[in-house]
Write a protein of this length. Structure first.
Length: 149
């Protein structure tokens, strides 16, 4: 005879199914709560700074322009913004390593790698690496790159 604990009855199968559904629902609820957790200012600014730099690396100045503060965009048109970038170098990588924020202002520090395109210098210094500090400001509930005129 098979012990009752090992037999499969419709009631036992239903209970096992309900337990599995409850376990899956609990896991989804926990994942959903984590996804709904609001980002800190530092996380938001670091993400936006990275998005902006990825656009600059691709020379997508139209997208990079959208990250500048509204006051800057009110006086500098997108075509003029693109003209501010010369052709002496090509950005290869931007790696954010520190973001610190106050209520309305953040500083982003990043390692920037630039390939030199000027032939006279490119032979002896093909690439330069440096640290850049950027300022981001909060305006109308959003974080923007502070572009000085």
């Amino acid at each position: 005879m098979i012990p009752s604990a090992m037999t499969s009855t419709p009631l036992r199968r239903a209970a096992t199914g309900v337990a599995a559904v409850a376990l899956i629902a609990a896991a989804l609820a926990a994942a959903g709560c984590a996804a709904l957790k609001p980002q800190t200012a530092e996380e938001t600014v670091a993400r936006r700074a990275n998005e902006r730099w990825q656009a600059l690396i691709k020379r997508d100045f139209a997208t990079a322009y959208t990250y500048t503060q509204p006051g800057y965009r009110a006086i500098v048109k997108q075509d003029d913004y693109a003209k501010t970038f010369g052709g002496a170098g090509e950005w290869k990588a931007a790696d954010i390593f520190e973001t610190t924020c106050e209520p309305e202002r953040c500083t982003v520090r990043l390692h920037l790698t630039t390939r030199i395109l000027v032939p006279k210098f490119a032979q002896s210094i093909p690439e330069i690496k440096g640290i850049i500090d950027e300022t981001w400001v909060k305006d109308q509930g959003q974080w923007w790159y502070y572009q000085a005129r």
